[in-house]
Design a protein around this ligand. Sequence first.
Ligand SMILES: Cc1cc2nc3c(=O)[nH]c(=O)nc-3n(C[C@H](O)[C@H](O)[C@H](O)COP(=O)(O)O)c2cc1C
Length: 257
Amino acid sequence: MKMISIVLFLSMLLLIMYLVLPSFSGDPGTAISGAPNIYCMAGSDNSIFQKKRKKSEIPLPLPKYRGSLTVEEAIKKRRTIRNFSSAVSLNQQMVSQILWAAQGITEKGGDKRSIASAGALYPLDVYVLVGNKGVDGLAAGLYHYHPSENKIQLCIQGDLRKKVAEAALSQTWIAHAPIIIIITAEYTRTTKKYEERGRRYVHMEVGHAGQNIFLQAEALGLNAGIVGAFQDENLKETLKLPLSYDPLLIMPVGAGN
Ligand SMILES: Cc1cc2nc3c(=O)[nH]c(=O)nc-3n(C[C@H](O)[C@H](O)[C@H](O)COP(=O)(O)O)c2cc1C
């Protein structure tokens, strides 16, 4: 009986250390490289995780719903562009707009998003990788987008663009973009309802998000590229993604030369 109490006490102590001590659990604000960052997972939404998350969150400017290009003009102009000016930084309004186009909330007080989602199960997560001086007022690093709060959260500090380009079969042009959008999928959010067919739905959804990013970039006067050729495991390791998250799409975005 005494032995059981000791084991129980030690287990509780370990659990408390894991939840409360940042260095023990890999707090995104400090231990940014190393273990996968549990606070960057959309699924980690219980109150203790949320408190931790808040510390590393950055609110974005509200997206604007009126631009200078019609949707027809944006469709007509859209191209995959592989040239970016590394001298021109983006502003946070642009970042907000691109993320919102990919996965942002589009109804007041609700949670419907900019792209359709089978069963409204939203299997995609959107990350923005910011290069050195890539965005005014944002440190270089990997940030996770939280659609419902219109915030980004720092997951990894540092300029990871070259590593991402290497993971993308050394397509070096990727590393010149001030920001790189990465979209991941957690298939089980969709396959738990639609079984194997759900994987097909997830792939359709990432295509919708990619096209929205292209069109929004055009409307902002920016260039965008799209990359599907990359080594999954290398990219997952570089971005310290949660095990259940599969990277599906890389989209570099920036001003032209
Ligand atoms: C799913 C997908 C994956 C792609 N992967 C790459 C890639 O890894 N590298 C690249 O340079 N272009 C890539 N492209 C861009 C295509 O080469 C490009 O869309 C095609 O040449 C047509 O040109 P456009 O997009 O300018 O109309 C990809 C496009 C799609 C849709």
